[in-house]
Design a protein. Structure first.
Length: 488
């Protein structure tokens, strides 16, 4: 009976996590982030043309898109056979929720205990920061994060899973060619093994070597020219320093703990302390943690992505803590209450994760892309001239390209695009009509899009110069956004 309960509990937790995501995703008919509309637009293009959009006439008014498009192809395949809502809302939610099964497999491999592995999987069902970054966003993270940990799982038994490891390595690298996390993890793992005088088996050396070769080959094939043009800046995605710096200026210890989850953090760190030394599985987990911190310090991975990886790792290592705790309880006089105590701990853990998960989900749905923004850009898609250029902030460029179907001045695709970030900031912060006019003429802007998000981003309440009726005409507005036609 207990065995059947364990078999039923894992699918139930998966369905609970999936149901949680879909409940919020279907609250609104659109998507919650600007990047979601990049994936949506490129996936739809693949569905219609069967080839990726290599040169985008609307991004920056014309920009080369350096992207393998493997993720977009994968989503597009579902769009061919299923409804758009299912393909772009349900499928990414299934990918994200699949982390539960992978955490279970990894925790079971490490602790050799199904019950503690189930506990780890339950924690992984509601990781607040993972929900915040993947809910209703067609995010590549919904696939790449589970795939990374599945790759780790195959690596733990490389002798019997070598073929699967190589296949998943290829897929993982093709999805995110510039993601250095797996490469750093394998290199640091090798260093730890050597430092602890543990032998690296031939299969492990071959797996590490093949992954490195695949990584280099894929990068040379897809990014050779850009490596020659901008050098090592390529591995940072040519990401503007101003934007990356803002991620760390807002760092808050208490907020970080809440979005990772206090219980997984506490039990995960304790698990690492209690973990046996000179253990291959523990060494690979340690390598993930060290590589995440290293890449975060070097700003080679996004801050929240690094926290997601650490949060999943702590869910896995929490199984070690629970395993030790159960063994300890079994030695005490209250051993007959062990099951009740563990179930109580599970309930406490779930509450401590579900509450911030609900909070983050509400923020994503209520503070992401709004109906008002969609309405303003829908107006532009109907009434703005087809060859017009609309200026919005950097996190609105993909929205403008998809919903308005008009060229933007800037978006989050930074390769082969001149640095326009400071010019766009000037538009929203200057009080001078002359300065604003210079920038608007520089990029041949026809319409100026001004949203509540831009007000918050640039800490302004209004555009002072916009009151000049000889140069600007208000075309459409609501509580969330407005759009002005540039006349001079």
């Amino acid at each position: 009976m207990k065995f059947k309960l364990e078999k039923l509990l894992l699918p139930f937790v998966f369905l609970l996590s999936l149901g949680f995501r879909l409940f919020y995703e279907y609250k609104i008919p659109f998507f919650s982030s600007d990047d979601a509309y990049f994936s949506l637009r490129h996936s739809e293009y693949i569905v219609s043309n069967f080839v990726p959009l290599v040169y985008d006439p609307l991004s920056y008014g014309g920009n080369v898109i350096l992207n393998t498009n493997v993720f977009n192809y994968f989503i597009a395949v579902w769009d061919l056979f299923l409804s758009q809502g299912f393909a772009y809302k349900v499928i990414p939610a299934i990918f994200a929720s699949s982390i539960i099964f992978i955490v279970y497999l990894l925790a079971k491999d490490i602790t050799k205990n199904k019950k503690t592995a189930l506990f780890a999987a339950i924690l992984a069902a509601f990781i607040p920061i993972f929900i915040k970054n993947t809910l209703n966003q067609i995010s590549i993270l919904s696939l790449s994060v589970p795939l990374f940990f599945l790759l780790i799982y195959t690596f733990l038994d490389i002798k019997n899973r070598k073929g699967l490891f190589m296949f998943l390595s290829f897929v993982y690298i093709m999805i995110e060619p510039l993601n250095l996390l797996m490469l750093f993890t394998l290199v640091i793992f090798a260093i730890i093994m050597i430092a602890e005088s543990m032998s690296l088996k031939t299969e492990i050396k071959e797996a590490i070597g093949m992954h490195m070769v695949l990584f280099v080959l894929v990068n040379l094939i897809f990014f050779k020219n850009i490596y020659l043009d901008i050098g090592l800046a390529t591995v940072w995605g040519n990401f503007p320093i101003e934007l990356y710096g803002s991620l760390f200026q807002n760092f808050n210890v208490f907020e970080t703990v809440s979005i990772i989850g206090f219980i997984p953090l506490l039990l995960g760190v304790t698990g690492m302390i209690l973990a046996p030394r000179r253990n291959t599985a523990i060494n690979i987990v340690s390598a993930i943690i060290l590589s995440s911190f290293t890449l975060l310090l070097l700003k080679l991975i996004a801050f929240e992505y690094g926290l997601i990886i650490l949060a999943v790792v702590f869910c896995i290592t929490s199984a070690i803590s629970i395993n030790w705790f159960i063994d300890y309880l079994n030695l005490t006089k209250i051993s007959k209450y062990t099951s009740y105590i563990v179930w109580g701990l599970i309930l406490i853990s779930l509450v401590s994760l579900i509450v911030p998960s609900i909070s983050n989900a509400e923020v994503v749905i209520n503070e992401g892309v709004s109906q008002g923004e969609v309405d303003v850009l829908t107006w532009a898609s109907i009434y703005a001239e087809e060859d017009s250029v609309i200026l919005g902030n950097v996190y609105e460029g993909n929205l403008i390209a998809y919903i308005a179907n008009r060229a933007n001045v800037i978006d989050t695709q930074f390769f082969y695009a001149e640095d326009r970030l400071l010019d766009v900031e000037k538009i929203y912060t200057t009080e001078s009509l002359i300065n604003a006019g210079t920038v608007l003429n520089k990029y041949s802007v026809d319409y100026l899009y001004f949203s509540e998000k831009s007000k918050e981003m640039f800490d302004v309440e209004e555009l002072v110069y916009i009151n000049d009726e000889t140069c600007f005409e208000l075309m459409f507005e609501n509580e969330e956004a407005s759009i002005y036609k540039v006349l001079c």
